[in-house]
Design a protein around this ligand. Structure first.
Ligand code: PAF
Length: 312
């Protein structure tokens, strides 16, 4: 059954029914293909918007779509209804990658992505080249200055400036009534929620739960980089977070002790970037945790940085 919970005060997070990941993905790509329009320019996206009727729902992605994205697109389809339109944006946004990050090796399997979008009933894919989004003399940025500061924001300077800028651009180009994001990127959801609130953007945000492998590993396009050994160790992230939540349920509310539990359960081969317990709306660090707070973490398995989180 669906259960609605409120994480960020103003925005509804709507859990999806749990679909076994492999089944969900296979069902999606084996369905007969419907047509999906490819919009490569801002003008084409605007034209599509002006011709669409009903509710427009956007799923912003960087491509390399997996079953986690498939769940977002399904959610978008049900929000749009049969009269509305679903647009999936596929744009590997250079502005959110640091100089030493994986922009050039980020996977770009567009033909596969297109098939998946079509099979899930998306109406259009907005897939612009980088030059269409960022002119050579581009110089205007959106900076959220509170919730983007800690966690991933602290270890990836400039990352959220790139995210908020591109998401605002996507909102003004596609002009959706609603947009669907995945809660695996918990801080990203909080930053976008703050931007939408502060700039009075007329977009309803829907945050959908993380889809996981059977062993608990959160689906991510970056999982493809893991060696078999790293892949075998990566599920310890989820196990560690579950252990902390179990301790919280038994009465352990000290953030330091809970994060120590998490650290102790992550495989020794990983290099932990951060583990923090925070208030889910403000992302301020908690000293004593309360129900609804989030423990978020990032850790490197080899060169691959994975993130995950759990709500207490
Ligand atoms: O979550 C992502 O894939 C990206 O950060 C987003 C929201 C598409 C912006 O580039």
């Amino acid at each position: 059954m669906h259960r609605s919970i409120r994480l960020f005060k103003e925005f509804q997070i709507e859990p999806l029914p749990r679909i076994p990941r492999r089944l969900a993905f296979r069902t999606a790509i084996s369905k007969p293909l419907l047509t999906v329009k490819i919009l490569r320019t801002i003008a084409a996206a605007r034209r599509f918007r002006s011709q669409a009727s009903g509710r427009m729902v956007l799923v912003p992605t960087m491509g390399a779509l997996h079953a986690g994205h498939a769940s977002l697109i399904r959610r978008a389809r049900s929000l749009a209804g049969k009269d509305g339109a679903v647009v999936v944006s596929i744009f590997v946004n250079p502005a959110q990658f640091g100089p030493k990050e994986d922009l050039s090796r980020y996977p770009r399997p567009f033909a596969e992505d297109k098939k998946l979008c079509a099979s899930l009933g998306a109406d259009a894919i907005f897939h612009p080249p980088a030059g269409e989004m960022y002119r050579a003399d581009f110089s205007t940025w959106v900076n959220e200055e509170s919730v983007s500061g800690g966690l991933c924001g602290a270890s990836r300077p400039g990352h959220f400036r790139g995210v908020t800028t591109v998401v605002l651009k996507l909102f003004t180009i596609v002009q959706p009534d609603a947009a669907v994001f995945g809660l695996k990127d918990f801080q990203q959801c909080a930053v976008i929620a703050r931007m939408v609130r502060d700039l009075d953007l007329p977009v309803r945000l829907v945050f959908a739960p993380t889809v996981r492998e059977d062993d608990g590993l959160a689906l991510s396009s970056r999982n493809a980089y893991l060696t078999p050994e790293e892949r075998a160790e990566a599920p310890t992230l989820r196990a560690a977070l579950l252990a902390a939540r179990a301790a919280f349920s038994k009465g352990e509310h000290s953030a330091a002790k809970l994060t120590r539990i998490v650290r102790g359960k992550i495989s020794a081969g990983a290099r932990v970037d951060y583990i923090e317990a925070v208030d889910s709306a403000t992302l301020k660090p908690a000293r004593v945790t309360k129900r609804g707070d989030t423990i978020a973490l990032a850790a490197f398995f080899g060169r691959t940085r994975l993130i995950d989180n759990i709500q207490l």
